[in-house]
Design a protein around this ligand. Structure first.
Ligand SMILES: [Zn+2]
Length: 83
């Protein structure tokens, strides 16, 4: 069976998609938001379900770099709550 692998933007490890948190820039609104059910359309970024990786991404502005736009700090907080 094929398991889709994605890269964590913090530690750069490839992991099965199911093990990662997806953050999406929603296609219609352009809003950046956590995508709990991995169903939203748009460009996605993945982070491990791991507080250290989320903290690391926050420190490095990983999401802002990935999406090439400002990402509010609340997104990282929301991601932490999904761990
Ligand atoms: Zn990671």
């Amino acid at each position: 069976m094929h398991i889709p692998m994605r890269m964590c933007i913090a530690c750069r490890q490839m992991k099965p998609q199911a093990e990662l948190i997806r953050i999406v820039r929603e296609l219609n609104t352009g809003k950046i938001m956590p995508d709990e059910n991995k169903k939203l359309m748009g460009r996605g970024a993945y982070i491990c379900r791991d507080k250290d990786c989320i903290k690391k991404a926050e420190k490095k502005n990983g999401l802002a770099r990935h999406f090439k736009c400002n990402v509010p700090i609340e997104i990282y907080k929301a991601a932490e709550e999904m761990v």
